[in-house]
Design a binder for this molecule. Structure first.
Ligand SMILES: [Zn+2]
Ligand SMILES: [Zn+2]
Length: 427
């Protein structure tokens, strides 16, 4: 309802007030409120009415494109930034780096970064986030060195969050501790997000006791993300006992989000505490927490094709399923065996009930295979985590087809090429 009430047309400004500043302010406002369509409509109006654009407008529009992974449109806005010379603004450049990174084209981010010689902290941070998300782990550390030494830019709390995140994805425990100490030496107090990332790093690396110690000793109250990180570590390393202990702690907190309720119920189930598992499930139902529907999408020109698990609504459904059948045979010959245990253990949301063969990302990839020319990488975005079996399957698909497949899930990027993934199976 609100969306309609706030349509740009209803907010038409008096002619005298229609200048670049008022337009850019409104576009920024819409983008901040998550009214992406409205922001884009207004931007188009601004272009039609020749009110001009500024770096603020371009940066807001680019952020909308990133958030909705509208890569083609984003590239057009990049072209416009270039024409208007705003591409050298740190504001615009930072947004461009995030756009390229979020759309799975980190190379584009590097190019933008190299072209702008005078960089502010926001731009360094944007590049660091991109590197960390794309598992260019060592590049993250190198950039940090460059930034502090040559760039003469002082890092802030976001910088250290990127560094810890990079360490966490690569399992670099010692280095993570070093950065954690360094930030405090520089007078930056770690916040709950830093603790969550540190616990994530320790948990994923199997140092669960160390992780518990961090949680017990942290000076601020552990947040849901901190507990969530610990539960994730327990799940990865099969420590059901600790998981159920942590789950008790979280249950004491009272109201928690849907994501952690799922973790709780899984933790109790893994420990064989079925009653508690059922109670956690019931609480989700009572509180009306809906499991997020697993969706994957692919961009083709200015169109976005979205798939749910087992989806048969797409115009090319027949070809897509045929492609999957055909691939299935090739993959089996190459040695792929479906691991159905993931159906029970690992899958979040409502994808669990679906046959893993038709998880949304596989449909999206099959669509990419039949649609895009062979040299074009297939970029798929997904709102949930990729399950272990799909991860294996996509490795086989990249090997059998010789295609590059980039999947962004809710946590990170995977670039599959020749049977391998850049995450090194650590995600
Ligand atoms: Zn899957
Ligand atoms: Zn991967």
């Amino acid at each position: 309802m609100l969306r309609h009430a706030l349509r740009p047309d209803d907010h038409t400004l008096p002619t005298a007030a229609k200048n670049v500043v008022s337009w850019s302010g409104m576009i920024y406002g819409y983008s901040q409120m998550g009214l992406h369509e409205e922001a884009l409509t207004l931007f188009k109006h601004a272009l039609n009415e020749n009110v001009g654009v500024n770096d603020f407008t371009l940066s807001s529009v680019l952020r909308v494109c990133s958030a909705s992974t509208l890569f083609e449109l984003g590239k057009q806005v990049h072209g416009l930034s270039f024409k208007t010379s705003f591409d050298s603004s740190c504001f615009v450049a930072s947004s461009l780096i995030s756009l390229y990174s979020k759309c799975g084209v980190v190379e584009g981010g590097y190019r933008v970064f190299e072209e702008v010689r005078v960089r502010n902290l926001g731009m360094w941070n944007a590049m660091l986030i991109a590197c960390a998300q794309h598992a260019h782990t060592w590049r993250t550390f190198e950039l940090f060195e460059e930034m502090s030494v040559g760039g003469n830019v002082k890092p802030n709390f976001i910088t250290f969050l990127c560094l810890l995140y990079a360490c966490s994805h690569a399992g670099l425990v010692e280095r993570g501790w070093r950065y954690f100490a360094l930030m405090q030496e520089l007078g930056i107090e770690p916040g709950s997000q830093h603790y969550a990332t540190l616990v994530d790093l320790l948990g994923r690396a199997g140092k669960l006791e160390e992780a518990v110690k961090v949680v017990e000793e942290m000076p601020v109250e552990p947040t849901e993300s901190v507990w969530g990180a610990l539960l994730t570590g327990c799940r990865i390393h099969g420590n059901a006992e600790l998981a159920s202990f942590v789950a008790d702690k979280v249950s004491e907190m009272g109201a928690v989000s849907s994501g952690i309720q799922v973790l709780l119920s899984n933790a109790y189930a893994a420990a064989g505490r079925w009653e508690e598992a059922a109670r956690a499930r019931k609480r989700m139902r009572d509180e009306g927490i809906k499991k997020e529907t697993g969706l994957s999408w692919v961009e083709e020109g200015n169109r976005v094709h979205t798939f749910a698990a087992g989806d048969r609504s797409h115009g090319k459904t027949l070809e897509i399923y045929e492609k999957l059948e055909e691939l299935g045979e090739e993959m089996a010959k190459a040695g792929y065996v479906a691991d159905t245990s993931f159906v029970l253990k690992e899958v979040d949301g409502d994808e669990k009930s679906m046959s893993i063969r038709y998880h949304s990302e596989r449909l999206a990839i099959a669509f990419g295979l039949i649609t895009f020319p062979p040299e074009r990488p297939i970029r798929v975005m997904k709102n949930l985590r990729v399950c272990g079996d799909c991860h294996t399957a996509i490795k086989f698909i990249s090997k059998c087809t010789g295609r590059v497949i980039i999947v962004r899930d809710n946590n990170r990027f995977h670039r599959f090429e020749d049977g391998k993934c850049t995450c090194g199976d650590y995600w």
